[in-house]
Ligand binder design. Structure first.
Ligand code: MG
Length: 275
């Protein structure tokens, strides 16, 4: 028995050595953070401890000034994708012709059933997105067929839009989910017929030259002021059937879903800030 434990200890020790060889301390980490013996250290803070407050204060580079939006409007540096006046920034996903959704007099747009998804003409990478949506009254249908739409980041990763009020469905496909991938942390919808807000922060995945994913993207979603996705790792595309896939991609459009079942979902006040 003693010999057995000795061998196990040797194997374990060799494993540790081999791990350390694979991940040398000076390879893992960012500019100012490194992993040393599995612990994060900050080299910039490893010198002599400062004794004066000025030694830990800096003034450059300057921080850009952004004027916040008033009453829900876009901040000064945002790209406004929809302000209620036209659909000019959008095209039909199917054939790249003009978007065929309804433009309403109240400054919103509504899915035009079975005309297909619409997407922005402009492509984006990492973004902060603000978008407002409303599920219609009277309600009709159940589950995934009640006011189903979706916000597709990079054109392929869906944050679910659904009328969830008194309408149970699979939790990884409910409102605020990263569809079939991440259950939301909360159900934070307002009553049907009222306007919801999504504030979304999206970081795109990164791919190597051979098309392999080398860094996952992530999505944070705040639904009506409530955190429902917290840096959720994007594991791939968000299909209705099958596993997530990881096709390499660069920037892509923002896409809104026509679910094709008379969803009558409306959107308004859509803007992004590129990160
Ligand atoms: Mg959907």
């Amino acid at each position: 028995m003693k010999n057995k434990y000795t061998i196990l200890a040797l194997v374990a020790a060799l494993g540790v050595v081999s791990c350390q060889e694979k991940v040398p301390a000076d390879v893992v980490g960012t500019m100012d953070a490194k992993v040393k013996d599995s612990v994060i250290v900050y080299e910039e803070y490893m010198g002599d401890e400062p004794t004066k407050p000025e030694e830990t204060e800096f003034y450059e580079p300057k921080v850009p000034v952004v004027k916040p939006g008033e009453k829900g409007s876009a901040p000064s540096d945002a790209i406004v994708l929809f302000d209620g006046t036209s659909l000019d920034n959008w095209i039909s996903t199917n054939d790249s012709t003009a978007a065929k959704w309804h433009l309403n007099k109240d400054g919103s747009m509504t899915v035009n059933d079975k005309t297909g998804n619409i997407q922005t003409k402009q492509n984006f990478g990492d973004i902060q997105l603000h978008i407002e949506w409303k599920s219609p009254l009277p309600v009709q249908r159940e589950g995934q067929n009640r006011a189903n739409s979706g916000v597709f980041l990079n054109g392929i990763y869906e944050v679910q839009v659904l009328d969830q009020n008194d309408n149970p469905t699979y939790v990884n496909g409910q409102v605020g989910s990263i569809y079939k991938q991440h259950v939301p942390l909360a159900m934070a919808s307002v009553p049907t017929g009222e306007w919801n807000t999504y504030d979304i922060i999206y970081h795109a995945p990164e791919f190597n030259k051979d098309g392999g994913k080398i860094k996952s993207g992530d999505i944070t979603v705040i639904h009506n002021g409530v955190l429902v996705q917290d840096h959720a790792e994007i594991k791939g595309t968000t299909p209705y059937v099958g596993w997530p896939k990881n096709p390499p991609h660069g920037k892509g459009p923002l896409m809104l879903q026509d679910h094709g079942d008379d969803s009558r979902v409306s959107y308004r006040n859509i803007w992004v800030r590129e990160l």
